[in-house]
Every structure is written in structure tokens, then in C-alpha cells.
Design a protein. Sequence first.
Length: 319
Amino acid sequence: MQVVRLRRLREKSTIRDWISETELHPKNIILPYFVVEGKGTREPIKSMPGVYHLSIDNLLKDIPEAVGIQSILLFGIPESKDRLGSQAYKKDGVVQKAIRAVKKKFKNLIVILDVCLCGYTSHGHCGIVKDGKIDNDASLEALAKIALSYAEAGADFVAPSAMMDGQVKAIRETLDENGFKDVGILAYSTKYASNFYGPFREALDSAPQFGDRRTYQMDFRNSDEALREIKQDIDEGADIVMVKPALAYLDIIYRAKQKFNVPIAAYNVSGEYSMIKKLSGGDRIKERDLALEVLTSIKRAGADLIISYFGKEIGKWLC
Ligand code: PBG
């Protein structure tokens, strides 16, 4: 039998480009930002080299540097926290002010808001705590209130990430009742109780003060359950569903893409980002090559959108 020469298609870089199946593009990347009160702040987040706490003035300066990026995900760091996370739905909260400023300056940028309580509660949990437990239904009310305040400030999408049952339905109903039918929901449908969120929790100072998140975030031994979570969110009105983390969960992205015909987003989380930073040890070329390989694998698995802290570099790398 003749040798089948698959290498013919790898002989030249133009041929490799010609037949490449997966194309990463900055327009499909969502860039997260951490916003703080004040002016002139650009404080490096130690656990996430290259990522900063930015005050709104510096956020507005930073966005144009993200070549080709068409969407951002905002997280706010409040000045104070309480048991109910009430700073999260303050009209002039840091993140509400940031949304207004960003939408005023960058009209076509899609602004997405993470809807959760963990960054705003003194106990660091993603829901309301009653008698030492995370109370699902009391949390729904709070989450809907937060989502509404983001919509009022001008958010294009809200992204519920608390993993409470019924959160998409509660938010959809509240938005609709208040005239925000066009505000979309990007649901963190399958958010695993992952060890890869460590650096982010330092950035947001949101580590739980007692217990852990395993009574609401998903068990990483399961994947059928992930499909149930996604189905439920679609039925409740999610426009886009998310798998998080991404790199350690490529099988979930793949299964979700095969099964559902809604756009799939994947969150390449802080620990996955920091891992690449560590491995490349400050070598920019190594960092680029590692990041492009990882992000392409997430796209190849089936993600339409990728949330990535490399968002600012991607446009430069790909041009
Ligand atoms: C809020 C939230 C978390 C992340 C995004 N939204 C953390 C958590 O559940 O502790 C993690 C993002 C990252 O690690 O990059 N619930």
C-alpha cells in the first residue's frame, strides 16, 4: 500500500493557514476588568500579572488599547461590604458609575456585568446566608435587584454567576417587568467548584469566610449534570450559556456545543491565566504561544466566545 502523505498539507505555512479549521479572532474575546473607586488608580493584582485594579478614568484610557475587542466584562470592588451585599445594587455604586462612563464613551462596545454577591458580602458567599446556609430563594431576589440596577445603568448583558437555582428566570422576569426586554442574559450555567479561581478571589477579596462553594457550584466529577444546568438556563431564558473554567472542562464545552444550538461562552479563568504566566516566566514569545494554543483549543472544542485576561494582547498577537 502507498504511504498516505498527510505531511503534504503541512509543508508550507501558507498551506497550513489555507486549510486551518479553527480561527481565533479578537471579536469573540470578552475582556474582564476590575474597577475600583477613586481616581488615577492602576494597582497591579499580584496573583494575576498584567491585570490591574483600575479607577474609572484609567479604565476609559485602557479600553482603546484592547485592539479588536468588542466586549468587556466588568467586576466592581466596593468600598465596604455587608451581610446582604447591598453595595451591589447601589445606584451610584462603583460598577454602575463605570457602566455609564463606558457606554457614554464607547457606544458600540458590549458591556457585560457579572451578577453575583460574593464580591459584596462580608462572608464572601455568592448568596444570602440564613442560619449558616446559603438561602436559594432569598438570593434570587437580591440577584434580580442587582441585575436590574446594572440594566438601569446601561448594561447590554448581565451574567448571573451565583449558581442559584432559578436565577435566570428571576432575572429575566425582573428585567422584562421593568422595560429591559433587550438586555441579554449570558448565564454562567455550569460553574464548577474549581481550584482555579484562587487568583481572582484575591483580586476581588471574595474568598468565602466559612465553608466553601460546593453546595452551589458544580462538582467537577460530573458532566451529565452540566447539560441539565445548561438546559434549565436555556428554558429559563438565557441567550448565551457559559462553561467555567474552560481549559480543564473542554469536554463539557464540546458536549454543550453538540447538544444545544445557543451560543456557548467559556471562561478561561484566573488560575488558568496565571499558570501560563508562570510557565512562560516573563518570556513574551512563550507566553503568546502558550496562550494562543490554549485559547484555540477552547474555540476548537466549540466555544463561540471566550472570556480571557489575555484580551488586551490577542489583537496585537493576531494582527
Ligand atoms: C463570582 C465569580 C468568580 C469568578 C468569576 N465570577 C469566582 C468565584 O466563584 O469564586 C472567577 C473568575 C476567575 O477565576 O477568573 N462568583
